[in-house]
Every structure is written in structure tokens, then in C-alpha cells.
Design a protein around this ligand. Structure first.
Ligand SMILES: Cc1cc2nc3c(=O)[nH]c(=O)nc-3n(C[C@H](O)[C@H](O)[C@H](O)COP(=O)(O)OP(=O)(O)OC[C@H]3O[C@@H](n4cnc5c(N)ncnc54)[C@H](O)[C@@H]3O)c2cc1C
Length: 392
């Protein structure tokens, strides 16, 4: 028997849950499926999200899942000099497992059906609809819908099944690993980032406090630069040198897409959201807020398309356009900067650190992600002209 919904959303991360919630609130019948038995677990995140007012666009902030308010960044280029930037209220560190669950509960409260331990295994298009095959609690099921949303993360298969080009090259992804360390002292409310080819080639290493002498300490590296060492080797070296007495109570690992925007996020009956659509910020590698913003945006476009009874690629492409205007055009530049960054020596990074320290001193948080800021940064890096050929 084939069940019927207007929309099936595959993946109950922040992107999928916000998509499902927004669609359900518009009166659309939605099924949200998650392959894992517990939404939010296992953790694959350093748990930093944007400022409280932005989170409130999607869900009421619950102090039960807020672990830290972030007010300051410390950046450490390889030479060791510290760059400090006060950014009061720039974000919060959340308990991601509780956060993801709260978003899925909000989707269910809005009217979406939620199935855990349900893996999407394929899709076919039949008579203008899409049929999604599912492995649900050990049983094979078929669900027909007019649209399927792939919010299935960096390992997305929905895009490929639907005919959207989503392959990521070596320079388009970070390999990331993290310990939740206990027994470490450090400033609260401060995000620390460490850079350099010996510490985190092509990426960065982070120390994010969680309270109670614990922190998320992790590293993301570029497979294009990491030579014969794994991300875990870089992390272990850092932890052994800096926190020899600390213990790990949890590990997280995963890939992060940093390639910049896809050519298109839509096909006939198919839409991609969040990491599945490569919507992370290629510079910061943050993707939680982006997945939620994109989920809400995609849901509005899908609801309008359903009302018009036209879920063709052309009809859904308003989402492509809105994403380009909101972030996609900027992220194309960020991705170019990221590719340039992969080519920098430690000496270059120290010089970049000096430039950055001067540039960010008087800027507001929003300015740091503007096209104007990227352009100013590039102009200040003229000494790297020979490496600029990578800015395609
Ligand atoms: C180590 C690490 C640290 C990070 N730290 C941060 C950070 O501090 N801040 C930040 O903003 N971003 C961070 N990110 C990135 C962030 O986690 C992602 O950008 C964000 O989770 C994207 O949300 P999403 O909903 O698109 O995908 P996800 O959160 O990945 O959710 C996708 C969901 O789809 C499910 N799924 C996959 N395939 C199927 C299937 N076939 N059927 C059913 N379900 C399926 C998965 O189980 C998963 O629950 C980090 C990533 C990593 C790996």
C-alpha cells in the first residue's frame, strides 16, 4: 500500500525540521523521516548557533538547551599572536541533541508526522508524483508525495536520486573531528580558533567552552592539504600538548561541505535544503542557521508551488533565486577565498592575521560576512597575487 502526503522531508536535522514545521503551518500534509533512532544523536557538531533573535525566528529559545552565550572570539594564527574581537551576543552554544529534538517537536506540533528509524532508500517519479521508498522500523514502505525535500545532510542521496549534481571534490569538503573534553580550564563565552598548517591544514582548530570545565575541542582539515595525517591526528597532537590531563566524554565527527552554492537546489518534484544543498558558509563552515533559513525559504516556495499545482523544476526555482540573493552570491566569493586559503603557507597566514586584526577591529558582526568585507580583505592581500589564480 502506498501512503500519500503532499511533501516527504528526508532528514530531521535543523533544515528538515524547519522545512516540515513551516510547511505544516501552511496547511501542507508533511511526513518527516529520520534514519536514526534518536533525533539529534549521535552528535556531529560543535554546537555554536547564531544570535538569540535569529534563533527565535524558528523556535522559542529554551534556557534548558542554551549552554553558553558567546561574547568574544580569539583567533590564533600560527605565529601565536592573539587577535581578540568582542562580539557581545553574537551567538550561543546549544546542547545540539536537545536543540534538534525541540525543532522536530515543533514540526510535529505544527502538524507534521515524524517517523524515526526510517531511512529513505530511493525515489522514482510516477505520473507527476514522487514515490519515496523507506525502510521503516525494519519494514519496507512506499510513500507518494508531490515533492520530496532532501534535508539528508552532507551524505545526501536524495539530490543524486532526483538528478541534482551534488558531488563534492577534495577541496569542497572539510573532514572534522571533535572531543567533548572535561577537566579543562578556560574563559567562558569565548570561542577560540587556531590556524596553521601544523595545527589544521586548510581549516582550523576550535575550543568552544560548554561550562563546568568542559569544552568542545575539535578540528576541521581539508583532505586536499592534510597529507598522510588524519584530522584525528591533528586533534590528538593539540590535546596532548595543551590539555594532557583532560578526558573525552564524547566524540563527534563528520564532513562539512565548503564548496559554495550548487548550480541548482531543485529538480522536478525535488528540493534540497541545508548541508544536502551545500548551504554551509564556506569560510566559517557553520551550517545550522543556514539550514534553518533555507528550510523556511524552501517551504514557502513549495507551499506556493503546491497551491499552483505546479511542482516542476521551473516552478520551484524561485527557491534557487531567493537563496542566491540571501547568501548564495556571497558564498560563491567565500568559497573562492576558502580555495585561496588552502594555498597559504604559515608565513602567509601570519600576515593575513595582521591584516585581519586591523580590519575587524571596528566592525560589527554582520559586516564580517559582507561582500564589501571580502573585497577589502582581498585588496589587502595583494602580496598573494601569484596565488590568486585559484580564485575561479
Ligand atoms: C564536527 C562538526 C562540527 C560542526 N560544528 C558546527 C557549529 O558549531 N555550528 C554550525 O552552525 N555548524 C556546525 N557544523 C555543521 C552543521 O552540523 C551542519 O551544517 C548542520 O547540521 C546542517 O543541518 P542539516 O539539517 O542540513 O543536516 P544534518 O544536521 O546533517 O541532518 C541531516 C539528517 O538527515 C538524516 N539522514 C541522512 N540520510 C537519511 C536517509 N536516507 N533517510 C532518513 N534520514 C537521513 C541524518 O541522520 C541527519 O539526522 C559542524 C559539523 C561537523 C561535522
Amino acid at each position: 500500500m502506498t501512503e500519500q502526503y503532499d511533501v516527504v522531508v528526508v532528514g530531521a536535522g535543523p533544515g528538515g525540521s524547519v522545512t516540515a514545521k513551516t510547511l505544516a503551518a501552511r496547511g501542507v500534509s508533511v511526513l518527516l523521516v529520520e534514519k536514526r533512532q534518536e533525533i539529534g544523536a549521535a552528535l556531529r557538531c560543535a554546537e555554536v548557533v547564531g544570535p538569540r533573535p535569529e534563533i527565535r525566528r524558528f523556535i522559542e529559545v529554551d534556557e534548558g538547551w542554551v549552554l553558553q552565550d558567546i561574547d568574544e572570539l580569539w583567533l590564533f594564527p600560527p605565529g601565536g599572536q592573539k587577535i581578540e574581537k568582542r562580539l557581545p551576543g553574537c551567538g550561543v552554544l546549544v546542547d545540539r541533541k536537545r536543540f534538534d529534538k525541540a525543532l522536530a517537536i515543533a514540526a510535529a506540533d505544527a502538524g507534521a508526522r515524524v517517523w524515526t528509524k526510517t531511512r529513505a532508500t530511493g525515489l522514482t517519479r510516477e505520473d507527476g508524483r514522487v514515490v519515496v521508498t523507506l525502510r521503516h522500523l525494519g519494514t519496507d514502505r512506499r510513500v507518494a508525495a508531490r515533492v520530496v525535500v532532501g534535508a539528508d545532510g552532507v551524505e545526501s542521496l536524495v539530490g543524486r536520486w532526483g538528478g541534482i549534481e551534488t558531488a563534492l571534490g577534495l577541496t569542497g569538503v572539510f573532514s572534522a573531528v571533535q572531543y567533548h573534553l572535561t577537566g579543562i580550564d578556560g574563559p567562558s563565552g569565548v570561542l577560540q580558533f587556531f590556524f596553521g598548517n601544523e595545527v589544521a591544514p586548510g581549516g582550523y582548530l576550535w575550543v568552544f567552552p560548554k561550562g563546568d570545565r568542559t569544552a568542545n575541542v575539535g578540528v576541521c582539515v581539508s583532505p586536499a592539504c592534510q597529507k598522510d595525517r588524519r584530522a584525528l591526528d591533528y586533534l590528538n597532537a593539540f590535546v596532548a600538548a595543551r590539555y594532557p590531563e583532560a578526558s573525552s566524554v564524547e566524540m563527534a565527527m563528520g564532513g562539512i561541505p565548503i564548496a559554495g552554492p550548487l548550480k541548482s537546489l531543485v529538480a522536478d518534484n525535488v528540493v534540497l535544503v541545508g548541508d544536502a544543498g551545500h548551504q554551509t558558509n564556506p569560510l566559517s563552515a557553520g551550517g545550522i542557521m543556514n539550514a534553518m533559513v533555507a528550510g523556511a525559504m524552501a517551504a514557502e516556495v513549495i507551499a506556493d508551488a503546491l497551491a499552483r499545482r505546479d511542482v516542476s523544476k521551473e516552478s520551484l526555482s524561485a527557491y534557487d533565486q531567493r537563496w542566491r540573493e540571501t547568501a548564495g552570491n556571497l558564498y560563491r566569493w567565500h568559497a573562492r577565498l576558502r580555495r585561496l586559503y588552502l594555498k597559504l603557507s604559515d608565513r602567509d597566514l601570519d600576515r593575513l592575521g595582521e591584516v585581519l586584526a586591523a580590519l575587524i577591529r571596528d566592525r560589527q558582526p554582520d559586516d564580517l560576512y559582507s561582500i564589501e568585507f571580502v573585497a577589502t580583505l582581498l585588496r589587502s592581500m595583494a602580496w598573494m597575487l601569484p596565488k590568486f589564480r585559484f580564485l575561479r
